[in-house]
Design a protein around this ligand. Structure first.
Ligand SMILES: *[C@@H]1O[C@H](CO)[C@@H](O)[C@H](O)[C@H]1NC(C)=O
Ligand SMILES: *[C@@H]1O[C@H](CO)[C@@H](O)[C@H](O)[C@H]1NC(C)=O
Ligand SMILES: *[C@@H]1O[C@H](CO)[C@@H](O)[C@H](O)[C@H]1NC(C)=O
Ligand SMILES: *[C@@H]1O[C@H](CO)[C@@H](O)[C@H](O)[C@H]1NC(C)=O
Ligand SMILES: *[C@@H]1O[C@H](CO)[C@@H](O)[C@H](O)[C@H]1NC(C)=O
Ligand SMILES: *[C@@H]1O[C@H](CO)[C@@H](O)[C@H](O)[C@H]1NC(C)=O
Ligand SMILES: *[C@@H]1O[C@H](CO)[C@@H](O)[C@H](O)[C@H]1NC(C)=O
Ligand SMILES: *[C@@H]1O[C@H](CO)[C@@H](O)[C@H](O)[C@H]1NC(C)=O
Ligand SMILES: *[C@@H]1O[C@H](CO)[C@@H](O)[C@H](O)[C@H]1NC(C)=O
Ligand SMILES: *[C@@H]1O[C@H](CO)[C@@H](O)[C@H](O)[C@H]1NC(C)=O
Ligand SMILES: *[C@@H]1O[C@H](CO)[C@@H](O)[C@H](O)[C@H]1NC(C)=O
Ligand SMILES: *[C@@H]1O[C@H](CO)[C@@H](O)[C@H](O)[C@H]1NC(C)=O
Length: 820
């Protein structure tokens, strides 16, 4: 029997009999019936040319390539579906999917397992090459495409949703008319809204969303990003990045939700709910991807894609929980991680991708490789003799379904022989293709393979932009405010310094337009009409022109005006130094140190030493650069991370006290390089003296907290607690107030306890003069941990409950935990 029956492979429920195969041939048309519908025509104009030429040299900026824009209607409503409960992949593969699978040739099956980049279809004119597309579907039987012409190394700037929809619908038309038995599915890295679609609402980076401590923002980012992505004709998003931020040197931390497993899990869960909603019915949603399974972030030296050495008990205790939440949220797909874990290649690891992911965590969805993994196994990690050996190992040892490659044609051509010669079993192939076809059915491709044109006008709606700005507002972290130096007053003479003050691209950062953010040729002009700089925000809030000196480049090197800064600072009431960072990420953004660039550091220090003007540091950055003496010498510090292309106004409003900041550090901000791997859940006896601790942050209001009350002084597995505390706003502004509940097992015999662990958080708006009582549940089960024998245990002992650890208004209550 050639059909799926390997119980080890978690598809026991899909066993089908020969009889049912024949019956499926009889009802052959059930799943395919609707595929004979034609694409809605979305007429596009352009591309723009220069002197009649479209194939321009590399040094010509191309932001005008696509002259079209979305209409961006002010507001809209979409049909609502019930999103409650578990909506995600299950063990069960539906009969019509199995019928279709049984009707596919081996070549078609291998094609379904393959993803190629759309760049392989595009000529130098940025247009689809029909010959190449037809070949991909007629001959290669390709199952997926991904990416956009501007992604990675392409040069075609942001495309309008119209052009994308036309583009993806055309690919679909060609696929279906070339005899594809299943529609092609289109994947893309929409990680902060549909960040590759012109006019789509850009959202703050995930690190900012974590800083809000308000999961609604992760949900909104997912939901709007899904809609705008779907408007562009794509159904699969390679996010969220569920990685834990454990090494501050790593250039990809802005893509994830911070260092805490619980916070990360809550944000991941809500982002996936936003992305997918009821994705089996709602055609404005997409399939999400948790990534990168697992411990990608724990690079041993902070550089991207380096080896990871993580003890298995630490892996289970800290790295697994956010992925567990992703699976609980129903993530339709997942992606494995580059490189090796504890010496073993993840992409071919049975322990990680089968035993842990499928058997223990019960993930039933589709699993993809990261980009070009087949190649790295052979050429880089040298764990395979050749590419076919690499493929054999992946399919023999793991549960990978989909190979993500720039060009998957070598895989497509090579793999059938490996199956025919018995090196890879056909049942293993069938298992993957069944999951893939079920995914395509769930996401609606068999009933509506083309994008819905009515979504296009909603792209960039003001209603979405407001959600982005609100997320940015709640993400801004006030870290220091000596002598109430902030908020600024419109009547003060303020000098602003730094490139990031008048830039949208550096507020947006990576994962916008290109993986590394806009190119220098594109500059800010690529966002023209979308977003606002801090400068524009300040002008809007104050109604006045600003006094701004560029002074240093985005990389902190002195440029025009540097020498005037001290003189101008003397004449000002306050100086705001904007410290930004180039938007590159991944391998292109590896650092050797977290020290601030010297010119930038020196000029801020000189202003502090040579003038009496108070200094405020405004950080818009990915990596936390160590501030050295500036952290002590400056009067104010704001960390706004990467608030997105619409972050300018929210930052200005925070500076001028239009609202009171409420962000909290979602990771430990180091003082020195050696602390780049210091996390707040370090052992209780260990040093923890970073620049800014996890959870640290201020507002402009004086918020006082009552003592903690608990429903009982003891806790046990059968006796959970409720924990309450009342916050009072003694200030003048309304306050979005986050309350963070930590526990500490002050003595734990089997395993040295951590300083703190976050167990719950909540955030509420408290009016001036008003109070709010936060109530949290606490269970003994949450305080169980993995010991070095990889057993999850509960140990008796004293427990401190701390609200808002690391902040001045922290409150502690001691209880006792019984062992059973
Ligand atoms: C199987 O394939 C044949 C032609 O290749 C087609 O006529 C039939 O409808 C297909 N059945 C299913 C279930 O896809
Ligand atoms: C597709 O539909 C058109 C009209 O709607 C019909 O003429 C054509 O025969 C159909 N093709 C197939 C393969 O069913
Ligand atoms: C794409 O746009 C072109 C040019 O306007 C048009 O001829 C074509 O029909 C459109 N295709 C689709 C699938 O919308
Ligand atoms: C399209 O691709 C074919 C096959 O690779 C190539 O021969 C042809 O020149 C391409 N056409 C354009 C316009 O690039
Ligand atoms: C993968 O499978 C091969 C046999 O196909 C085996 O030799 C190898 O040890 C396995 N590797 C891992 C990491 O499980
Ligand atoms: C790949 O390496 C294996 C193991 O050495 C060998 O048996 C096989 O022939 C090689 N395949 C190719 C295509 O070179
Ligand atoms: C996978 O490799 C093992 C040896 O490591 C072998 O016993 C087993 O038959 C292989 N399975 C498949 C499906 O090729
Ligand atoms: C792996 O991917 C690379 C890059 O696309 C390709 O050159 C190589 O032939 C592929 N190998 C297989 C077995 O697909
Ligand atoms: C800010 O930058 C824009 C270009 O992005 C430029 O047109 C404008 O003049 C700059 N503002 C100031 C005050 O220099
Ligand atoms: C905050 O308000 C409380 C209650 O009114 C008061 O006792 C305390 O001194 C205030 N703290 C600051 C820093 O203003
Ligand atoms: C709050 O707790 C502190 C420390 O245990 C205690 O001194 C104080 O009296 C308590 N305040 C109230 C209002 O119970
Ligand atoms: C606390 O637990 C109770 C009972 O399980 C539940 O109804 C309530 O919603 C929980 N509260 C919070 C804040 O999670």
């Amino acid at each position: 029997m050639m059909f799926i029956r390997d119980s080890l492979l978690n598809l026991a429920m899909t066993v089908i009999s020969i009889a049912s195969i024949f019956s499926c041939l009889a009802s052959a048309s059930s799943i395919l019936g609707n595929l004979n519908i034609s694409s809605p025509e979305i007429v596009v104009i352009g591309p723009k040319t220069m002197g009649g030429v479209v194939c321009l040299p590399e040094f010509v900026p191309l932001q005008d390539f696509d002259p079209m824009k979305p209409k961006s209607i002010d507001s809209y409503t979409l049909p609502k579906y019930d999103e409650s409960g578990y909506i995600g992949p299950t063990k069960n593969i539906e009969q019509d999917v199995l019928d279709l699978l049984s009707n596919m040739t081996l070549q078609e099956k291998i094609g379904q397992m393959s993803v190629s980049h759309v760049l392989t279809f595009i000529g130098c004119d940025g247009e689809l090459n029909r010959t190449v597309v037809e070949h991909a579907f007629k001959v290669l039987k390709l199952g997926f495409v991904y990416g956009c012409p501007s992604d990675i190394f392409g040069r075609w700037a942001l495309n309008s949703p119209q052009r994308y929809a036309n583009f993806s619908n055309t690919i679909q038309e060609i696929a279906l008319s070339s005899g594809s038995k299943a529609p092609v599915m289109y994947g893309i890295d929409s990680l902060r809204g549909a960040n590759f679609v012109k006019g789509a609402t850009g959202f703050p980076a995930p690190v900012n969303q974590a800083a809000t401590f308000n999961p609604i923002h992760a949900y909104n980012t997912g939901k709007i990003g899904a809609k705008d992505t779907r408007a562009a004709g794509q159904q699969w998003i390679y996010g969220p990045a569920t990685d834990l931020n454990v090494n501050r040197m790593w250039s990809r931390n802005f893509e994830n939700y911070g260092e805490d497993p619980y916070l990360n899990g809550q944000m991941t869960y809500n982002n996936i709910k936003g992305l997918q909603g009821n994705y089996k019915k709602d055609r404005s949603r997409v399939a999400a991807t948790f990534k990168h399974f697992i411990a990608y972030s724990a690079t041993y030296d902070g550089k991207d894609q380096e080896p990871r050495y993580v003890p298995m008990n630490s892996l289970l205790e800290y790295h697994v929980p956010s992925f567990k939440k992703a699976i609980e949220a129903g993530s339709a797909t997942g992606m494995e991680s580059y490189s090796s874990l504890n010496g073993q290649d993840v992409v071919s690891s049975k322990k990680i991708l089968k035993d842990l992911l499928r058997d223990q965590l019960k993930f039933y969805g589709t699993l993809s490789t990261d980009l070009n993994e087949n190649l790295s196994q052979f050429t880089k990690h040298q764990t395979a003799f050749n590419t076919s050996d690499a493929t054999i190992q992946v399919y023999n040892n793991t549960s990978i379904d989909v190979q993500l490659m720039i060009d998957s044609s070598p895989f497509i051509l090579e793999t059938p022989q490996l199956v025919q010669s018995g090196k890879i079993s056909l049942s293993r192939v069938d298992q993957s293709v069944a999951r893939i076809l079920q995914l395509k059915k769930d996401i609606g491709l068999f009933e509506s393979p083309y994008s819905d044109p009515s979504l296009i006008d909603t792209v960039g709606s003001l209603q979405d932009v407001e959600l982005s700005r609100n997320a940015a507002r709640e993400s801004i972290i006030l870290l220091k405010n000596e002598n109430n130096i902030l908020p600024l007053s419109p009547n003060e003479k303020v000098l602003y310094v730094g490139t990031s003050f008048n830039s949208t691209r550096y507020l947006a950062g990576g994962r916008n337009v290109h993986s590394d953010g806009p190119t220098d040729l594109e500059g800010d002009a690529i966002f023209s009409g979308y977003g606002d700089t801090i400068l524009l925000g300040v002008e809007k809030v104050t109604g006045k022109k600003t006094n701004w000196i560029t002074g240093y480049s985005i990389n902190g090197k002195r440029v025009d005006g540097y020498e005037n800064i001290v003189r101008e600072a003397r004449k000002a009431d306050k100086v705001v130094f904007c410290f930004g960072q180039d938007s590159k990420r991944g391998l292109n953004a590896n650092l050797n140190t977290l020290r601030l660039p010297q010119d930038q550091y020196d000029i801020a220090k000189r202003v502090i030493e040579e003038t009496t003007t108070p200094v405020i540091l405004l950080l818009t950055q990915n990596q936390p650069f160590s501030l050295g003496e500036l952290s002590t010498l400056a009067d104010g510090v704001i960390n706004a991370h990467l608030p997105g292309v619409y972050g300018g106004l929210p930052i200005a409003e925070a500076l001028f006290g239009v609202y009171s900041p409420s962000g909290r550090q979602p990771y430990t901000y180091p003082k020195y390089d050696y602390q780049s791997m210091t996390n707040y859940y370090t052992p209780i006896w260990n040093e923890y003296s970073p620049e800014y601790a996890f959870g640290q942050g201020l507002g402009y209001n004086n918020i006082t907290y009552s003592n903690i009350t608990v429903s009982s002084e003891t806790i046990s597995a059968s006796n959970p607690l409720t924990v309450s505390i009342t916050a009072t706003n003694n200030g003048k502004l309304p306050q979005m107030e986050p309350a963070l509940m930590f526990t500490t097992q002050t003595i734990r015999r089997g395993y040295s306890p951590e300083k703190y662990r976050l167990r719950a958080f909540d955030k509420k708006l408290i009016a001036p003069g008003a109070s709010y009582t936060f109530t949290f549940n606490l269970t003994a089960q949450e305080m169980m941990f993995y010991n070095i024998d990889l057993e999850k245990v509960l140990e008796e002992g004293p427990v401190d409950i701390t609200i808002n650890a690391f902040n001045k208004n922290a409150k502690v209550k001691s209880i006792y935990m019984n062992g059973n």
